[in-house]
Design a protein around this ligand. Structure first.
Ligand code: 2NL
Length: 345
């Protein structure tokens, strides 16, 4: 019987050594140490042994069982550790591998134009001012020298919410509000970008919703020459140092005198082509000296304070700068169009 136990121990230990998985180990455990295993069987048969043999065999059987159990446990620890190491090795990350490129979008062409213009004027000491798109008739028209019934209101046919509330037709009300807030004091140097609305039928050059950027300077001794110098800096920075500007007399109800600014045509160098409609000049914006009525309504003494203002359409600037032939491209969100502006400057 002692020999049988020794054999069992050797046999089990050999199997444990040869095992290569936790499942094998468990099978061995069940086979040798389980309730139906050979060692349990030996212990069960102890009753048949003599009183001298019993403690010897009992002690040996326990020894054998513990030896096998210890061997199984050691092997189990070893297998578990090996599994962890293997998992770690297989999951290690090579941090030196190049990353996968992330698809990045780009700014909308109008956003690019507006930010470029903002930066340019911030560089000249201007601040950005914004205001509501749903506006009072007073700030959109009256405060800008466009009383009710004024014929020039027809040019800015609008979307009315009520008799007195409308979608703003230009960003000028932001400037009127800023002047009012300054309580008759200068100086003011602001740029007002934003969405504006007009009741219009959309075509290649018209949109019922579009962008505007206006500028306003109010202070003492602000003169027409300041306006001209400012617009010259703007035109050259925006379209190239080789561009000339030209001011033509015009009319706006909120400025007096009023002008329209053209830049020299780069395509033909001034000789006349399709882009400049054979004139050598391209119209860019409207401007003028702030009308005394507008200054007075905002609380300024128009004898002491003067100012200049200008307004332009970013769509038009973008169309000229990027060669876009239809304003509707800016609003139909065709990614094939928008992607062409993906190289950020
Ligand atoms: C254009 C012309 C212009 C202004 C906008 C303005 C604002 C105030 C007072 C005086 Cl608060 N003027 N704005 C002046 C002249 C022209 O815009 O063709 N815009 C697209």
């Amino acid at each position: 019987m002692q020999e049988r136990l020794k054999e069992l121990q050797e046999e089990a230990i050999q199997k444990v050594e040869q095992s290569s998985s936790l499942k094998d180990l468990n099978d061995i455990r069940v086979a040798y140490l389980g309730k139906k295993g050979p060692i349990t069987e030996v212990l069960r048969g102890m009753g048949k042994l003599s009183a001298e043999e019993r403690p010897v065999i009992g002690a040996l059987a326990n020894e054998v069982r513990e030896a096998i159990a210890a061997k199984i446990e050691a092997k189990q620890n070893h297998l578990e550790e090996a599994a962890v190491l293997e998992k770690l090795a297989s999951e290690s990350i090579d941090v030196t591998l190049p990353g996968r490129p992330v698809k990045v979008g780009n700014h909308h062409p109008l956003t690019k134009i507006i930010e470029e213009i903002e930066d340019l004027f911030i560089g000249m000491g201007y601040e950005i001012a914004e205001g509501p798109e749903v506006e009072q008739d007073y700030y959109n028209f009256e405060a800008l020298n466009l009383p009710k019934g004024h014929p020039a209101r027809d040019m800015q046919d609008s979307f009315y919410i009520t008799e007195e509330i409308l979608l703003r037709t230009h960003t000028s009300p932001v400037q009127a509000r800023t002047m009012e807030k300054n309580n008759g004091k200068g100086p003011i140097k602001i740029i007002c970008p934003g969405k504006v609305y007009r009741r219009d039928n959309d075509d290649a050059t018209h949109s019922h919703q579009f962008m505007q950027i206006e500028g306003l300077v109010v202070g003492e001794n602000i003169r027409m020459s300041d306006l001209k110098g400012t617009l010259d800096v703007f035109a050259k920075k925006m379209f190239g140092q080789d561009r000339e500007i030209r001011l033509r007399p015009s009319f706006f109800p909120f400025t007096e005198p009023s002008v329209e600014m053209d830049i020299s045509c780069k395509v033909c160098g001034g000789h006349g082509c399709n882009v400049c409609k054979q004139t050598g000049w391209i119209e860019i914006l409207g401007a003028g000296m702030v009308h005394p009525n507008v200054l007075e309504m905002a609380g300024y003494d128009s004898k002491k304070y003067t100012g200049f203002a200008f307004g332009m359409g970013p769509e038009r600037i973008a169309m000229l700068k990027y060669g876009v032939d239809d304003i509707r491209h800016f609003y139909t969100n065709d990614v094939r169009f928008l992607k062409q502006f993906s190289v950020e400057e």
